[in-house]
Design a protein around this ligand. Structure first.
Ligand SMILES: Cc1cc2nc3c(=O)[nH]c(=O)nc-3n(C[C@H](O)[C@H](O)[C@H](O)COP(=O)(O)O)c2cc1C
Length: 351
């Protein structure tokens, strides 16, 4: 039976994707719209500004779930995308589906979908749907990837979730999924904020390249955040705080040279636990002659956060310099679990 005609004639799907899962979902949604007679484009947050059409009547914003919520680039897109007021819009996120003992389990998206949807709504969009699609868990700095047959099984299930969601929206209906997940996501929002503001920084600074790195620059070229730079005379990758832990570098490295150092993560956790920020805040408050109240609270928070940022930056510098010593690099590489982890070979992202 031919598909019904789309209720929208011009559909823009804006996607931010690490390893390609969300990109695949965006392209599948776009294909569904095209097969119903709509004109469609799949755009990244960086390119939409240059190509704004006057005719768009449906906007989709898509991204992965990180730390039970959305990512900074998707939140930024929700806040800054042009032409939002008065348009129909939907948000579709991917989450990490898993396979255990031959069964597929859903990921948990928390506030990943509804947070950017709320921002779009506040900017005047008419939200027609929010949904989540299970794609393979890609967090390979923490857990190894599933093998190809299990990846294929999860992707197949994800494809049918996209088709159902697309049918509801393109038929002119609405689709508000994941309300229980949203409720739980709100309850654990402090955890998600902790991930966005602190854990993300520590995790970004776990990455290093082992002795198999050929300085080919694939990680630098493909990073969706321009967070990886080949530096020094040795041209070895260095990860900046722009890194969102999307795993694209790790998943695309042609020699599987990119590792995450668990030892260094433990070092960061110890380091940021030192009361240096609190001591600095105390000294500053003494100078200012303030002892309590809102100002004191802000100074204490800012000082503790600054300590985290500076301490981790400095410790990562030590790691990077240590890696220049061949013996030490071999020890660090062998001490990491990721050296033994299967990389995620999902649908590769194309920005
Ligand atoms: C840093 C990080 C955090 C993640 N956090 C979650 C999470 O909280 N819940 C979840 O279901 N999946 C989580 N995932 C899995 C991804 O959301 C999922 O694999 C997604 O499809 C990746 O999409 P992408 O390839 O477009 O980046 C996480 C993945 C990474 C790398």
């Amino acid at each position: 039976m031919p598909a019904k005609r789309s209720a929208f004639s011009s559909v823009d799907v804006v996607v931010w994707s690490g390893t390609g899962n969300t990109r695949r979902v965006a392209e599948r949604f776009s294909e569904a719209a095209r097969s119903r007679g709509a004109s469609t484009r799949v755009l990244t947050p960086g390119t939409i500004g240059e190509q704004q059409p006057a005719t768009r009547d449906l906007l989709g914003l898509l991204g992965p779930t990180h730390g039970f919520t959305t990512t900074w680039p998707v939140l930024k897109a929700a806040l800054t995308l042009p032409g939002v007021r008065g348009t129909d819009a939907f948000v579709l996120v991917t989450r990490g589906g898993t396979r255990i003992a031959g069964k597929t389990f859903a990921g948990f998206e928390g506030t990943a979908g509804y947070l950017p949807a709320a921002v779009l709504a506040l900017r005047g969009a008419r939200i027609r749907g929010v949904g989540a699609v299970d794609m393979p868990l890609n967090w390979t700095v923490i857990v190894p990837s599933f093998d190809p047959p299990n990846v294929a099984t999860i992707v197949e299930r994800g494809d049918s979730q996209v088709d159902r969601f697309a049918a509801s929206i393109l038929d002119g209906g609405t689709a508000f999924k994941g309300l229980p997940q949203l409720m739980l996501g709100i309850l654990i929002l402090p955890l998600s904020l902790g991930y966005m503001l602190i854990a993300r920084l520590l995790l970004a600074k776990m990455f290093f390249a082992d002795e198999r790195c050929t300085s080919c620059g694939t990680c630098e070229k493909n990073c969706p955040q321009q967070a990886v730079h080949l530096v020094g005379a040795v041209r070895r990758p260095y990860w900046t705080y722009r890194c969102q832990n999307c795993m694209r570098c790790m998943s695309n490295c042609p020699t599987d040279a990119i590792q995450g150092s668990q030892a260094w993560l433990l070092f960061y956790i110890w380091l940021v636990g030192l009361p240096v920020g609190a001591l600095a805040a105390g000294a500053l408050l003494d100078v200012l002659g303030v002892s309590d109240g809102a100002v004191a609270g802000v100074v204490q928070l800012a000082s503790s956060y600054a300590w985290i940022v500076i301490a981790v930056w400095f410790a990562y510098g030590l790691l990077w310099l240590g890696l220049l010593v061949p013996g030490l690099r071999a020890v660090l590489a062998r001490a990491t679990l990721t050296r033994r982890y299967r990389r995620y070979r999902g649908p590769k992202a194309r920005d």
